[in-house]
Design a protein around this ligand. Sequence first.
Ligand SMILES: C[S@@+](CC[C@H](N)C(=O)[O-])C[C@H]1O[C@@H](n2cnc3c(N)ncnc32)[C@H](O)[C@@H]1O
Length: 868
Amino acid sequence: MGKAQKKTGKGRLDKFYKLAKEQGYRARSAFKLIQLNKKYNFLESARCCIDLCAAPGGWLQVASKYMPPSSIIVGVDLVPIKPIPRVTTFAADITTPVCRNLIRGELKDWKADVVLHDGAPNVGTAWIQDAFSQAELVLMSLKLAVEFLMKGGTFVTKIFRSADYNNLMWVFNQLFAKVEATKPPASRNVSAEIFVVCREFLAPKSIDPKFLDPKHVFKELAASESIDKGTSANNVHANVFMPEKKRRKRDGYDEGDYTLHKSITATEFIHKPDAISLLGTANQITFKTSEEKGWLKLDITSREIQANCDDLKVLGKGDFKALIKWRANLREEIGLDVKQKPAEELTETVTITEELDEDGQIQEELERLNNEAAARAKRERRKNNEKKTKTIQRMQLAMTAPLDIGQELEDASLAGQADIFDLKMADRQRKNLLNRANLSESESDSDDSKAGAESSDDEAMDSEEEQEKRVAALEENLDELYNTYKTQRAERDAKFKAKEARKNNKDREETWGGIREEKDSDASDSGSSAGGWEEMNERKGVDGDGSSDEESSASDGDGGTNDRKRKRVSDEATSRKRPKLTSGLVTKLTDSKSAATASKASQIWFSQDIFAGLDKDLDVEMDPRHRAPPGAQQQQMDESDEEEDDGFDVVPLEKDEDVAMWDIEDEDVDARKQEYIKNFGLNTAEAMTLAQQLVNREKTKTQLINDGFNRYSLNAKDGLPSWFLDDEAKHYKPNIPITKEAVMTLRAKQRELDARPIKKVAEAKARKKLRAAQRLEKAMKKAEGVNQTSDMTEKEKAAQIEKLMKRGLGKGGKKKSEIKVVVAKGPNRGLQGRPKGVKGRYRMVDSRGKKELRAQKRREKERKPKRR
Ligand SMILES: C[S@@+](CC[C@H](N)C(=O)[O-])C[C@H]1O[C@@H](n2cnc3c(N)ncnc32)[C@H](O)[C@@H]1O
């Protein structure tokens, strides 16, 4: 195990603790806010800030340091906060109306730019008063934030990765345009806390109170708690039986238990019945009492056992077994268990031999031989698969050239092995793939059951329906994997992320419906069921227990079309109900104790950013615009009836359904290309090659057009998975040959372009020239005047004219005095006024100022769009 940060003892006194002491901050947590502000820059521009749960005042100190001098800063906590300059503080419970009124009284009609919340129950000295849990406290702080924040404001809060985490994130996402969870370096790794920075408050005119009501926000979780517990227990057991597999705590941390390092005493381990669960959750077994120390001296407690107890997280399966054995021995030793005699000693073996007739014997022999043959075939198949996997791996590592593989395959087929193009083999491979996809769904399946499932699945696969289902599941799996890939790529690739974000923003604008305009608010007060929370829940999928009425109405709308896409959606219906197409509420929130509660939790889970886009696919599929008109559907049904009678299947093309073809995806693509060529010329080697071929009469226009088509050009892309379409869009491009001449022409053109100055430079040069000409003209006029005066000698005239002409030609001008940069270090540190020995204009900078200036310039440069 790596070095874990300690939260107790001397581990508390870490770098940030020392820094806080050095810099005069009251709490090391001040650095968390400093780091968050460094990342998101919300304090510098804020004029009013409210800090909820502010004691002892570390965050307030930071706010007062980073906010502009005349800003308003208010801090509230259960316990009084020692005065801080420029900061107003109250002692109040943020969950009470008293606190709200106090803040209102202080702010008057001002709105806050930033609301901070770093609250944690049972942290302060007044822990007895902490009736609320952490997540509820967050929701209460959000309630205050929503009341006092101005539009576009920022809300920063601390959350623990508990079961409520996703629900809270979901609510934040409804109220703020940008929500990001982050863990600043000053936050200890051992702490499960995470900070969420919600920016660009949407400031809706009215908010459904259910968004801020813990009863509604955390409701589904309460219902599915038992299910969650079940999963955790599985996880815990799996930690012991398959320790090699690292599991994340996806279901969050137990309420009130936010530390990652847990130790249990040896007494607990020996006495408690569920020893395996203890091993799965704890990091260490400690021996503290004298009795426990006595156990260490026993022979059965070997050095290895002691080492194992020290760090349970690094143990393998064998080590766990040894620990469990040691526990059993110790229990016997201390008289908790009685030693049992081995089973063989207690039981008598009775062998019953049946007399078999000759037929029976033959039958048995045949069965045995069959089984042996099947086992042998299976072994061989496995061996082949292993061999193939190894070859592919070697290929990926560039250890084998494809030539070798051909050789191996040839050898294999010579030796009577199955050919790779054998249909049966291909079918088997497909089945294997499907099996694997199925098996991967359940993590906890043991190896043995896998082996058993293989043979039984083979039989089940016979039914076509089953196969279709599996294919659908596999497709879904692939889609999900593709979405995950897209999210991961977005994290790495900023351009890709921006593209996706643009797409998502568009969706968001179209589908937002959580907060209603003023006119709707009355309706909500009177218990109206449409809009607001319900609508959002509907989007979230909380309408798990959709009534049969609803389903039938949806199917009425469908008109009974047997659309392939919608079939996929109905396959998913068990886990994800369709949003109602016509009006607001599908199910009231109060009906939540339904059979579908388990899927509610999964809906919340899927409402996270990384699954964005999945719903969109569904929406598109369910969009009424994508359906054929009822007339057409009826016609189709009639036709299909007729066809069924003939026993002949024809797939009709729906009238208004645009089947997108590869090449007609963008009809105005040609127009756009023409426009581009007009503006920028032919600047690709391919285009130039084609143009030259046309000019040199090597090809005719018809030939070129014909070359643009092939047998795949008009393939329909309807119903193809998105990953495939994306891939095709990227790679399905004609491979147009290019000539050397075309490339040379383009290069020459580019060189010519490069040699030309850019517009700005040319303009500046022209301006300079104009000014010079004007100056010269002026000087010549003056020289003429001097020449005509009679009160000067010829010599004086000549000198004067020469001077004027020099100035006119711009040679006698004054040099601009340069600004001297003086670094405020060494003797200049803290100096007021002009430093010694510096003449002319000067500027005082400190090394930090210099760095900041550079950073600012860099940021500005980055912000500017790059020229291509
Ligand atoms: C981690 S401390 C805050 C530290 C603070 N941000 C700083 O930098 O000094 C959490 C605080 O939350 C406060 N708290 C917990 N529940 C509260 C409640 N209901 N109302 C007000 N304060 C509360 C506790 O009293 C405790 O002081």
